[in-house]
Design a protein around this ligand. Sequence first.
Ligand SMILES: Cc1cc2nc3c(=O)[nH]c(=O)nc-3n(C[C@H](O)[C@H](O)[C@H](O)COP(=O)(O)OP(=O)(O)OC[C@H]3O[C@@H](n4cnc5c(N)ncnc54)[C@H](O)[C@@H]3O)c2cc1C
Length: 471
Amino acid sequence: MNDFMSHMIRSELEDVVGREHVSVSESDRLTHSVDYFWLSRLWEDRSRTMPLADIVVYPGSADEVSRILVIANYYKIPVFPWGGGAGSQGGALPVKGGILLDMKRMDRVIRFDERSMCVTAEAGINYMQLEWYVNEKGYSLMHYPSSLTCSTLGGFLAHNGIGVLSTKYGKIDDQCLNLEMAVPSGRILRSAPVPKHSSGPGILHMFIGSEGTLGVITQATMKIFKRPETRRFRAFLFPDVPAGLAFGRDLLQEFRPSIMRLYNEEETRSIIKSILGVEKDGAFMNIAVEGNAEIVEIEEKIALRMCAERGGMDLGSDYGEKWWDSRVTFFYPDHALDLPKMFGTLDTVATYSNIEKIYWALKETIESFSGVRFIAHFSHWYEWGVMIYDRFIIEDPPQDPEEAMRLHNEIWNAGIRAVLENGGVVNDHHGVGLKLGRLMKEQYGESMIALEALKKELDPNGIMNPFKLGL
Ligand SMILES: Cc1cc2nc3c(=O)[nH]c(=O)nc-3n(C[C@H](O)[C@H](O)[C@H](O)COP(=O)(O)OP(=O)(O)OC[C@H]3O[C@@H](n4cnc5c(N)ncnc54)[C@H](O)[C@@H]3O)c2cc1C
């Protein structure tokens, strides 16, 4: 953008949000150029600056977002919605310059509806703040991802995130009743007031997971839940992953625990040993059952009986309680993966018929690269299948950033292709972003035209978050 037009457009944006809410400072642009995408961190680490936005804008209302989009659409300037910047897929990165739309000023709770068990808030609200708000009233959102404290409502909806209690309370798309999204024409679109209906295909689910490529989510209504009367933990040890998977599948036919995490032998030997102190070989599993105390009592009995019948060992409740207390420890030093290591989480989800094939195919594919370690656990369970959260780790990646990028992308391509060939999907809950956009057509084939048509209609000039989600 030339200097003159840059100032002209800046003054239009200032007219919408006020001068104090528009920034071109280097520090603002730099801090909005790196998220949790490993390659963006590598690039900065090797003194290779990531692409910067031209202008950072902090809108204060849906109306302001709509007016900003009208300006951007007129001048055909890219717009990159930014929540907490905690995404791991490079989804919010301003890879084409333009306007970085930081949503965090939009942090108000709009409505608390105790009778209908829901709360409506602006999309920029930090999710922990929203959780505290409903906690004060005696409820919980029951969405507990490890990034709860550093992510926003809009960010979680945009990439369709998941929390540790999802097996009972659902993914964020199960928890959202309705939302509002501003699109480049300036219109503010609203989904139906409730998520379950037969008034045509659900608009809500067309917008959740759209990763800022169609418009900007400005507010949403989320379910709230009564806090459980009791929450009990139980740790089990299975001889191997297939035995643990069979137990989990069968348990889901009986009832839904809130947590069920099955760690493979490698992760049991490493992370579970170092954080929980479990000194045993096999596949460690932690489950939590919660809710009404009488029902929990029965569910725990069923779980114990089924574990024994399937060759599992009951390790009692202490490890599970320790796991709950340490659930974010996994993401803090010394346990968090970070530079100088190279790492990636290839989370996917599949039916029970396919998940084991995916596990073995991924393990073989990832371990075929020299010096790569593969660890995995299974965390979000359904009646029909389960997700796998598997990671590759390289202790000593190439120093040269271009070589490191090449290796990183080769591993991702090979891993995701192994997943797709065996009935999985590009991603379970971290989203697609910049990192995996190229693989979307390999998953969807011809069906990709449905997403492309939606994009063309809502964002004809292609200004919304270009190069993300393969759109
Ligand atoms: C330590 C750590 C642990 C994590 N654990 C989990 C986990 O357990 N579960 C999980 O699901 N994820 C997890 N993640 C991933 C991360 O939480 C999410 O991808 C991210 O937090 C989403 O929220 P955000 O506000 O940070 O979004 P950002 O990173 O800012 O953006 C993510 C995407 O959403 C878009 N976006 C943001 N706000 C809006 C909006 N209002 N309208 C439209 N588009 C928007 C952006 O353009 C981008 O495409 C973890 C990340 C970290 C760093």
